[in-house]
Structures are given as structure tokens and as C-alpha cells.
Design a protein around this ligand. Structure first.
Ligand code: PMP
Length: 407
């Protein structure tokens, strides 16, 4: 069995070869956004250098080339999540926009007074607020699915909540605040058992293991390019064909129409119906390069490497003391969220930053679960495949210093 070659992967990330505040950068804010390998940076630069043109306008060679790359990227990303057809992969700005498209378009068409939308109590705000907005407009309600003290979904409570008034279950695959991996295939099946649709927010899972939308049988799945080594401003929304076909457009404009007249406008077919205006062409091409990057090594080995870092970091953190873990699910991605017995998480974060260690502090856009746990927020160290044991050691050394200064 060969080991994951972290050194050769790490060498592909130019941003990691720098000092911050006089220390070598230790980047542990990967749940917020991952860094970009040279190949993704080059794909974006090469597009602007050689191919830049508007797409689907077919009047000249550059436009043909840009269109071919842009649509090729769609096919590649669709295949990456095992979508049955590339038309079922819609480009968005990211996870947030993907959820807003479904909430606004599917939600306004299907929800009526008395209908229920269920989201877990540990969702990111972007999987709560769009549903609240459409609930307000339609008379539906948004209700939380209970989360236990260890940061896992209470499946018994969820099952008891289900009835035929539940029309949508929107669930994060992985909690960005705690790292918990949710049993989404089971949740989708339970949602379907009462006739509800299920949306999976894959923002925090997409970088960690292969996703198969057909195996999950989800109705919608959304993710962001920037959390999987791709650029910001691009993401994808997958949907089942019959649902997407029946949904009204989200925005109006160019590209999303078949014909326009003042007597009436005919909408374009999938996926263009949902892609008004000039799209993020470079972003899509950069995201396809990120898929190439992720497929250039054994992903199971990369995952095992991250899990090893998590185990090592958690053991050392607990040995140090004073930093209680938040979220202790047995099934987590490499996210270590913790509070501090002697200081505010923000103060800890500042001391880490002074030592070149980048973590995130705060409520991680998941205020309801922080409120449930009775904490203002956490310090979150989130590991990616380019992190190594040296990064873990530097994090623990910096936390040891923070304890000396603050305790
Ligand atoms: N959902 C989850 C679980 C997330 O972690 C994030 C990003 N922190 C989002 C949604 C929103 O993603 P974006 O800001 O890229 O739209």
C-alpha cells in the first residue's frame, strides 16, 4: 500500500511557501476556503491569455474555443458527481446561490401555507435564511431537525417529525462548524418516504471524498468551487431533470431565453434556462482544473492522511488541556472546533495569527448551533490534504503559547 505523498501535493501550492508575521504560514482555514494549486491558477491565466471570448455566440474562432472549454468543464464537473447528464449541472456563484435558486424557484412554485421545510439545527446560515425568505413569501414554515450534544443529527427525532406536510428537507453533508458527517443517504430516503424533496449542501464534503448524486438519490445538491481547490465565484447546482424542467427561471436576461417578444418570451432549455447573463467562464474552466487536480491522486489515501492529522491534533489538544472540543461525532472530516477555558476564541485566534497560524474564530455562520451549545463561537482548525504533521506541531506550539499568555 502506497502512502499519500503530501510533500509533492504541497509543492503544487505556491501560496503555502510564504512567511506570515515572520513565521512560515500554517494554513488551517480550509473549511472557509482552500488554497489553489498551480494547475488551477494556470488554467485561469491561460484562458484569459489565449481564449478569452464570450460563450455560445459562435461567430468566431475564439468564441468557439471558449464555448468548447466552458461546456467541457460542465461535462467534467457533472461527471465528477456522477450526474446522469451535463444539462443537470447548472453553474452558480457557489453554494449560497445554489440554495437560493432552489428556494426561490422550486420553493415559490411548490410551497403553500402549512407546508414544512426541515433543516438541521447545525446548518450554515446559507441553508437556513433562503428557506426563511421563501417561507415568509409562501406561508410555509422552517423547522430545525434536532442535533444531539455530540453534534450528530438525532435521526429518531427527525423520523418523528416527518409527515406529508414536509415538502423539503435541506441538509448539510458535513457541518462546517463541527465537522460532523451526516448520514445524508438515509436522510434523503426518509424525506422521500413522505414525498418530500431533499437538498444536500455539499460545500464541506466535496473536497474530501467522491460524491455520487445518483447513489445518494438526492433531488438537489450544491457546492462551491473555492472549497475544492477551485476559484471563488463559481459553484454548481445539480438537480433531477424533471424537477429542473418544471422549475421557473431564477433570473431573467440574455442566454436564458429561446425567443423574446413583447407578446411573450420563450425560455431556453436546460441548463441555460437558469444561467441568465454572461457566465463566469474562467471560473468554470478553473473548477474543471480543480477536478483534474483532485483526480490526480488516490482520494481515499488523501482522506486517510487528513484523518490521521485530525486524530493527532485532537490527541495533542486534549493533552495540552484548556481547549475543550466542540463536536465529538465519531464520523467527522478533519475539522477541529474548540473553545477556550481562559479566553475568548477571538483572542486565541489573534495569538495564533501572530505565529503564522491561520484558523477561523467565531460562530462560523452557524449561530443556531452555537446558541444551542451556549457558546459565542469556537476556534476552528480545518485541515486539507496539503497539511502535514509539521502544521499540527506548529498549531499545538502556538496554542501552548496562547495558554501561557492568556491563562
Ligand atoms: N454551506 C456550508 C456548509 C458552508 O461551509 C459554506 C461556506 N462556509 C456555505 C454553505 C456557503 O458557501 P459559499 O459562501 O461558498 O456560498
Amino acid at each position: 500500500l502506497t502512502q499519500f505523498d503530501v510533500a509533492s501535493v504541497r509543492a503544487q501550492f505556491p501560496i503555502l511557501q510564504q512567511e506570515v508575521n515572520g513565521h512560515p504560514l500554517v494554513y488551517l482555514d480550509n473549511a472557509a476556503t482552500t488554497q489553489k494549486p498551480e494547475s488551477v491558477i494556470a488554467a485561469i491565466a491561460n484562458y484569459y491569455r489565449y481564449d478569452n471570448s464570450n460563450v455560445h455566440r459562435g461567430a468566431h474562432a475564439l468564441s468557439d474555443r471558449a464555448t468548447e472549454k466552458f461546456e467541457g468543464a460542465r461535462a467534467q464537473v457533472a461527471q465528477f458527481i456522477n450526474a446522469p447528464a451535463k444539462e443537470q449541472l447548472l453553474w452558480t456563484r457557489g453554494t449560497t446561490e445554489g440554495i437560493n435558486v432552489v428556494a426561490a424557484s422550486w420553493g415559490r412554485a411548490h410551497l403553500k401555507p402549512g407546508d414544512r421545510v426541515l433543516v438541521s439545527a447545525m446548518e450554515h446560515h446559507s441553508n437556513i435564511v433562503p428557506w426563511q425568505m421563501v417561507a415568509e413569501a409562501t406561508g410555509a414554515t422552517v423547522e430545525p431537525i434536532a442535533v444531539s450534544a455530540d453534534g450528530t443529527i438525532d435521526i429518531a427525532a427527525f423520523t418523528a417529525q416527518l409527515d406529508t406536510r414536509v415538502k423539503m428537507v435541506a441538509i448539510g453533508h458535513v457541518s462546517n462548524a463541527l465537522g460532523s458527517v451526516n448520514p445524508v443517504a438515509d436522510i434523503v430516503a426518509l424525506a422521500h418516504s413522505v414525498g418530500a424533496c431533499a437538498l444536500i449542501d455539499a460545500a464541506q464534503s466535496i473536497a474530501h471524498w467522491p460524491i455520487d448524486v445518483q447513489a445518494l438519490d438526492c433531488d438537489f445538491l450544491v457546492f462551491s468551487g473555492h472549497k475544492m481547490f477551485g476559484p471563488t465565484g463559481i459553484g454548481a447546482l445539480y438537480g433531477k431533470r424533471e424537477l429542473l424542467e418544471a422549475m421557473p427561471p431564477y433570473q431573467g436576461g440574455g442566454e436564458m431565453i429561446e425567443s423574446v417578444s413583447f407578446a411573450g418570451t420563450v425560455y431556453n432549455q436546460l441548463p441555460y434556462k437558469f444561467e441568465a447573463g454572461t457566465p463566469n467562464i474562467a471560473g468554470a474552466i478553473g473548477l474543471a482544473a480543480a477536478v483534474d487536480f483532485l483526480q490526480s491522486f488516490d482520494r481515499a489515501q488523501a482522506d486517510a492522511h487528513e484523518q490521521q492529522l485530525l486524530k493527532s491534533a485532537e490527541q495533542q489538544l486534549q493533552a495540552l488541556g484548556g481547549y475543550p472540543l466542540v463536536g465529538t461525532s465519531a464520523n467527522k472530516v478533519a475539522v477541529m472546533s474548540f473553545t477556550c477555558d481562559f479566553a475568548h476564541p477571538q483572542d486565541v485566534g489573534m495569538i495564533l495569527d501572530q505565529q503564522g497560524v491561520a484558523v477561523r474564530t467565531g460562530n462560523h455562520c452557524a449561530q443556531p448551533i452555537m446558541d444551542q451549545f451556549g457558546i459565542p463561537g469556537t476556534v476552528r482548525a480545518s485541515f486539507s490534504l496539503y497539511n502535514n504533521e509539521d502544521d499540527v506541531a506548529k498549531l499545538i506550539a502556538a496554542l501552548t503559547k496562547a495558554k501561557m499568555f492568556l491563562a
